[in-house]
Design a protein around this ligand. Structure first.
Ligand code: KIV
Ligand code: ZN
Length: 510
């Protein structure tokens, strides 16, 4: 099967999606969705079912009047003349109007629901298509007809009859044959074997369309594979709206085909924004785990996944994601959520992203305390993680406790502190508070080498308590390693001395 064909995206949000809403949309709401569909660059929009209500008739008429010339706009009609007339009247002024008429040919439905003879229904379908074709082409030279075998998925046992009927229907003027899986009951391959039989039996200029409902959760798979089985028109719904478990999800099909190397004529970057608007307007929330658009769709919580995800963060191909978020216009990165299953990489990433400085060694040191908190409450809000950061990094508990630090003249400072149970009252001398504090500690018998010192200017809001900088002191540890002490205080000298004491507590901790 050649697959150079471009898929033809036929959107049914305004009809199948709308008919299943608790509060179907009014014209103004339909117009918003219609404009979003234009931004997505769909090839066809089913505007509604004009015979269903005056409101839907008016909505179809108005949207048909503003549709771009080359956009196929269709209206649904049962195989009855009054429905077809209403549909023709609603959309005939569009550039490319299409009447979509449908009838079931499933043995079960014909017998138990319609209680009609198959040959009688075949005749009605053919007559309806002839009527629709005559009326729409009379009104508009670009008029077209689509015919749907409702419940095609249930036609396994009378498929020869269905194919014979479709050959007549094509002769009667239908140029698109839609094969709905009106209720998804079987596995995709069984359904697609039927689709392939129809595809092989009809003239090649007939467009085969799929319209899969998602009762067993396989509509996307069936539609995507259906494209490779000969279908070119894919009937999809934004956010997977639609009767019961919905219709085929538009975004999933578009992205899956894109990922399969198909030239998808959709502006994928509009997907995320559209999804949020559709959710808001339909009042159908996006479930956390919804592929691509769900809040969790690009979230990682286990340490291993977080580590690999962050290593491939900016790459188009990610370790644990099917797309780069920007492909569908998601501005959020892959979300890293901290739970008891997470690790140091997540600590590092979350704290860095929140705007606080941290090294990977510090993240390793913080991880047990953060994990302990997560074990109690589950996924930790960033605020809780930052609180632990301040407690463990900027206020390190240990054997040293600073009790006084005062400038007492020239380059002299009073430094009083406790080491375990012993009090020290020293006068430190030096070229500034850092030197003086290090001198006082040296005199008390706790000499350490200062490796580096800096002040990190930071947003006041991040630091709180009026501080605008974080003091960072690097001291030499016991094994020659570098130990980092950090502290904040609105008085820079105090912040420096506190940072020294934090580093000392890390070095001298039992
Ligand atoms: O699900 C279905 O069979 C339909 C038809 C009207 C196409 O929505
Ligand atoms: Zn449907």
């Amino acid at each position: 099967m050649e697959n150079k064909r471009q898929p033809f995206f036929y959107d049914i949000t305004l009809r199948d999606g709308n008919q299943s809403l608790k509060k179907p949309w009014q014209l103004s709401e339909k117009e918003i969705i219609f404009n979003k569909l234009l931004e997505l660059n769909v090839q066809a929009v089913e505007l509604g079912f004009p015979a269903s209500s005056e409101m839907d008739f008016e909505a179809c008429k108005y949207l048909a009047s503003i549709a771009p010339e080359n956009l196929v706009v269709s209206a649904l009609a049962r195989c009855v003349q009054s429905d077809i007339t209403s549909a023709v009247n609603a959309i005939k002024h569009a550039g490319t109007p299409r009447i979509h008429t449908f009838l079931t040919l499933s043995p079960f439905h014909m017998k138990y629901v319609l209680n009609k003879d198959p040959m009688e229904l075949r005749k009605s379908a053919i007559e309806a298509v002839k009527f629709a074709s005559t009326e729409i082409t009379k009104a508009n030279k670009n008029g077209q007809v689509e015919f749907s075998v409702e419940h095609f998925g249930d036609c396994g046992e009378n498929l020869d009859f269905v194919i014979d009927t479709l050959q007549e229907i094509v002769k009667a003027g239908a140029t698109t044959i839609n094969l709905p899986n009106t209720v998804e009951r079987k596995r995709p391959r069984i359904f697609l074997d039927m689709v392939e039989r129809v595809y092989n039996a009809l003239p090649k200029d007939i467009s085969i369309s799929l319209h899969n409902h998602n009762d067993l959760g396989m509509a996307t798979a069936t539609t995507v594979e259906g494209y490779f089985s000969g279908a070119v028109q894919l009937e999809c719904c934004l956010n997977g709206l639609g009767e019961r478990a919905g219709n085929t999800n538009f975004y999933e099909v578009a992205v899956a085909l894109h990922n399969s190397g198909v030239d998808v004529p959709i502006d994928l970057s509009k997907i995320y924004e559209t999804a949020l608007i559709v959710s808001q307007m339909s009042k159908v929330e996006i479930y956390e785990k919804t592929p691509l658009i769900g809040p969790d769709a690009l979230a990682h919580r286990s340490g291993i996944h977080q580590d690999c995800a962050l290593k491939t963060k900016d790459m188009e191909f990610g370790a644990y994601r099917p797309i780069h978020p920007s492909l569908i216009g998601r501005k959020d990165d892959e979300k890293i959520g901290f739970t008891s299953q997470s690790g140091k990489t997540a600590v590092f990433e979350i704290i860095t992203k929140a705007g606080y400085p941290i090294t990977i060694q510090e993240a390793i040191r913080l991880t047990p305390a953060i994990k302990e908190a997560a074990e109690k409450i589950g996924e930790l809000p960033t605020r809780n993680i930052i609180d632990i950061y301040f407690r463990e990094i900027c206020n390190v508990q240990g054997p040293f406790k600073l009790t006084r630090f005062d400038h007492i003249g020239d380059n002299k400072f009073a430094v009083e502190f406790k080491h375990e149970d012993k009090m020290f009252s020293m006068t430190g001398e030096g070229n500034g508070p850092i030197d003086a504090c290090m001198d006082a500690l040296k005199q008390a018998g706790f000499e350490r080498k200062l490796l580096h010192y800096k002040q990190l200017a930071m947003d006041e809001e991040l630091l709180g308590s009026g501080a605008i900088a974080m003091s960072v002191i690097h001291l030499e540890g016991n094994d020659g390693s570098k130990v980092i002490g950090r502290a904040i205080h609105k008085n820079t000298a105090v912040a420096n001395v506190k940072a020294i004491f934090n580093a000392y507590n890390l070095i001298y901790k039992a």
